[in-house]
Structures are given as structure tokens and as C-alpha cells.
Design a protein around this ligand. Structure first.
Ligand code: TYC
Length: 99
């Protein structure tokens, strides 16, 4: 008996690579260093040493990476940073950039 099995040509299987986004923190001349350290600890779960290091990096170089996340998580973290900054009347800015 003839074998009527239809063999479908293999479609190229591309593994999904969910996009990742760097959350960037920007320097300014007004936000106090201690406040930036607090925000990094609260929003990005950094310990004090990491938070101070990143804050000083941003202070010295203008920008720094707080972490790499999915779009939704990055957006939510940026929102929290801006919320805390606004509540305290500081111009602290955060943004995201596709990795
Ligand atoms: N440049 C600020 C100051 O001298 C400190 C600072 C650091 C502000 C990092 C924002 O993302 C920042 N008080």
C-alpha cells in the first residue's frame, strides 16, 4: 500500500528573542545624591554600595544603566522613579533604550 503521509516542509523556526531595554538614569544639577541612592535602592533593589557607585557614575559621566528589563518592567520602573522625583520636586530623569 502506498504511503500517503504528507511531509510538510519544515518552516524555519526562529526562537523568539523578547526585546530587552536598558533603563538609563540621567544626571542633573539639583537632585541630591542621597535621594538618587534611595531611589536606586527602592526601585532597582540595589544595595547601598551598588547604589552609591551607580549614582557617582551618573554624576561623573552624565548617564548610567540601572538595569535591563522587558519593555513593561522598564516602563514601570521609569514611572516609579519619576513619581518619587515629582513627589519630592526633583528633576531626576530616567529613560529606556532598546538593548
Ligand atoms: N549631580 C547631582 C548633584 O550633584 C547628583 C545626581 C546624581 C543627580 C545622579 C542625578 O541621576 C543623578 N547633587
Amino acid at each position: 500500500m502506498a504511503d500517503n503521509t504528507i511531509v510538510e516542509p519544515k518552516t524555519k523556526q526562529k526562537l523568539e528573542h523578547p526585546k530587552q531595554y536598558k533603563v538609563l538614569l540621567h544626571n542633573d544639577d539639583y537632585t541630591p545624591m542621597e535621594f538618587v541612592v534611595l531611589v536606586l535602592a527602592v526601585v532597582f533593589q540595589m544595595d547601598e554600595t551598588q547604589a552609591i557607585q551607580l549614582m557617582l557614575h551618573v554624576h561623573n559621566y552624565g548617564v548610567g544603566v540601572c538595569g535591563i528589563y522587558s519593555y513593561e518592567v522598564a516602563e514601570s520602573k521609569i514611572h516609579k522613579v519619576h513619581e518619587l522625583a515629582e513627589e519630592n520636586n526633583y528633576p531626576l530623569l530616567c529613560s529606556m533604550e532598546e538593548e
